[in-house]
Structures are given as C-alpha cells and as structure tokens.
Design a protein around this ligand. Sequence first.
Ligand code: PMP
Length: 404
Amino acid sequence: MTKTKIECEDLLSEFGRGLKSNAIRKLTLLLGRREVISFAAGAPSPDTFPLEELAEIAARLIRDRGHAALQYGPTRGQSALVEAVAAKMQERGVAEASPANIVLTSGSQQGLDLLARILIDPGDVVFAELPSYIGGIIALQNSRAELVGVRQDDGGIIIGDLRDKIKTALSQGRRLKCVYTIPNFQNPSGVTLAAERRGEIVKLAEEFDLLIIEDDAYYDLYFSQSAAQRPPLAALGPERVVYLSTFSKTLAPGLRSGWLCAPAAISSRVELAKEGADLSSSVFDQAIVSEAVSSGLIERRLPALRDFYRSRCQAMLEALDGNAPADAHWTKPLGGFFILMEFDRDLDTGLLQRAIDHGVAYVPGEPFFVNGGGKNALRLAFSKEPEPNIRTGIKRLCEAIKAS
Ligand code: PMP
C-alpha cells in the first residue's frame, strides 16, 4: 500500500488556522538567550517568590494530605479555596459573592479563554481599551470577536468615546456583547480607571445591555492608599460584570491559579467549558495556594511587595526624567508593573533591534492597540529588573531612541 503524505495544514479547523502567536512571548523567548536588560516580559520578579515557605507547604501537603492533593478534583476548584475566594470577593466589595459565582482557573488567562468561548459568536463586538492586554485580545480574537478600541486618558476609558463607539456599532447593525477592561494599573499602560468613571461604565452597560469583563490582575499591587480605594466594577453592578483575578502577581505565576467571579448563569457555563478543557485546574497547585491564603502568607507579604514594586517604578520614572528625549511622554502608574512611553511621532521600525544591540529590550506598542495604532508607543515593565539595571537599561534605551 502506498502511503500518501498528509498535509496537516489542510486538516486544521478554521479556528486552528486562525490562531496567532503572542508577540510578547515570542520576543521574551528570543531574549532569554541574550545578555540584555529586559523591560519586555511583564512577569513578577522571582525574588518575590516565598521559596522556603512554599517548599515547606508542598512537602507537608504531600506527606499529610497527598492522597487528596494529588487526586482529581472538582471542576470549579478545591472547595476551601473557592470559599476563600468568595470571601475575598466580598472584601473587594462584591457583597453577595458566594461559591456559586466562583470558578478557579489555570491563571486568569484560562478564565479569559473560557469566557470568550461561552460568550462570543463570530462577529460579536467587544469594546477594549486602547491599548489593552495582549492575552485578553488573543483570547477574544480566537473566538472571532470584533474588537473595537476605546480611547483612554490618564483616568482610563474615556466615557464619551465609549458611548460614541457603542452608538456607531449599533448604527452599523452589529451585535454588541461586552466591554473588556483592566481597571487597575493596566497592562500595558499602568493607567487606573478613575473612581467616578467606574459607575458610568456600569450605567452604559445597563443602558445598552452589555456585559463587562473586568480583568483585575493587579488589584493588590497599589503604591499608595488612595489607589487602593477604588471599587471594582463588579461591586457596582455584580449582575453585569464578570470579574477575573489571580494569585500570579502576589504569590507565583507558576502555580497557575486564578479565578473568576460571575453571575451564576455564566459561572455554571464556564464550569461546563472547563470540564472539556482540563477537568479541573491543578489540584496540587490549588492546595498550595489555599494553604498560602489560609495561613495568611499572601496577606502578610503584601506591604513588602508593594514597597518592592513601588521602588522599581520610582527608579524607572526617575531614569526617564533624567534621560528621555524631549518629545517623549509616559504614564505615572499608581501600581502594577508597567509604564507606557509614547511619542508624538511613529517610532522607526528598526528601533527594537537597535535597542537590543544597545543591550536593552521593550515591547513595541502595536500588539496592544486593536485599532492598528501604537506605532508611537512602547511598553516598559519595571517588575523584573533590579534598580541598577533599570537605571542602566533606561539610559541605553534613550540612547537608542536618540540615535534613531
Ligand atoms: N490579565 C492581565 C491584565 C495580565 O497582565 C495577566 C498576566 N500577564 C493576566 C491576565 C494573566 O495572568 P495569569 O494567567 O497568570 O493569572
């Protein structure tokens, strides 16, 4: 019998053919092999991982409760952690949150993916900030959402622009589905949504019958008390908001533990989609996280974590003040990991390579802008490099920019 060579590409589904790689992951894999100061990866600093405590918890779990901790578990997640997360949501202002609203996911990224699967039909319109989180954009695009960009300023989404974009999409007869927002210390801009705009977005969602996907990965990482006091949108309109957050930034992303809190009609559908995806997230990881929550390990470390990232942010802001070209401007984050630097002109396309040649890397703006913009912007993560590297790296970056 003669074997015919199978063209695997031809066998792919429309979904499979449409998949795109994440520009940042490609870039950071490339940089992993080079001696550059990297402001590219938006990862937490590994210096913040509580290694000793986690080693002790993991060893104790296997010894004392290994039969349960290494077994399959419920799709919504380990019940003690589900309850702890429901209580956390109440503390964050979602008074009615209960375990029925919670699904624990493999990082909040999986929550975004599952939500896109259960909510989006091809062509559904999703409004996203300009710029927005690339992982959220990819998850929504995989489900063939039409992403419509909404402008933001220092106070986050510009409400008038959101209203205009909604009206335009309606007049085109398109099906509107949701607003995707990262309200606190946004990835990639570092911008925080002003308190008064939060209620206005919820009101718009009510007026036009939209859902809100609130991606609050950086909630705990504020740099001053005033930035801590803004209510989640989920606290203002729990019946319209699907809220996602994560233990990646306050404990360790390798534990792949995030959650979503949604109206029960949505969380139960997410649970069904998750059954098909992975039966459940890692039971062992969840057991570790559960222990880290109940023992107070996470809560105890938060003040030091805020100081740690505040100093790095400060170092980057000072280095930019001292070195940036006159036509540059940048955001002043109230928390999180990121600064967005922008220019009044498009940056030249060879800049990233020249920066890498100077020994520093960043992420170019385009992948964050769903309207094709961002050619004048770059994202700088201050989370991963120590302060001396931040000062040297910004100097190198500014030299590379001035040389262009
Ligand atoms: N949302 C935002 C805004 C993020 O920055 C990230 C991490 N880069 C995530 C979600 C996903 O994080 P994780 O899956 O580790 O919870």
